[in-house]
Design a protein around this ligand. Structure first.
Ligand SMILES: [Zn+2]
Length: 91
């Protein structure tokens, strides 16, 4: 791929041109919508209701492992926040 502005060769995974900083347009990847991408739903349930997030992980782990992983990831972050909050409250 080549930068539109300065015509420098850029790598496939580059988001910005390394030379001039122009955002690289990716025609192919922008059109493909990832069905299993992280959404606000994963973040909110995981962080505010970790037990529900773990339950949903168990529910989706067979049919949609990537979806399930998102719930697990944010539930883990949610639990971490609670632990930090618990420690901070007891100092
Ligand atoms: Zn450039």
């Amino acid at each position: 791929m080549i930068c539109e502005k300065c015509k420098t060769e850029v790598l496939e995974n580059d988001v910005f041109c390394r030379k001039c900083g122009t955002p690289i347009k990716k025609e192919k990847s922008q059109k493909i919508k990832k069905p299993n991408a992280i959404t606000a739903k994963h973040v909110l349930i995981g962080i505010f209701f970790p037990p529900l997030g773990f339950a949903l992980w168990g529910l989706y782990v067979q049919e949609n492992p990537i979806q399930a992983k998102n719930y697990l990831l944010f539930s883990g972050i949610g639990v971490l926040f609670y632990i930090i909050g618990f420690i901070a409250a007891n100092i």
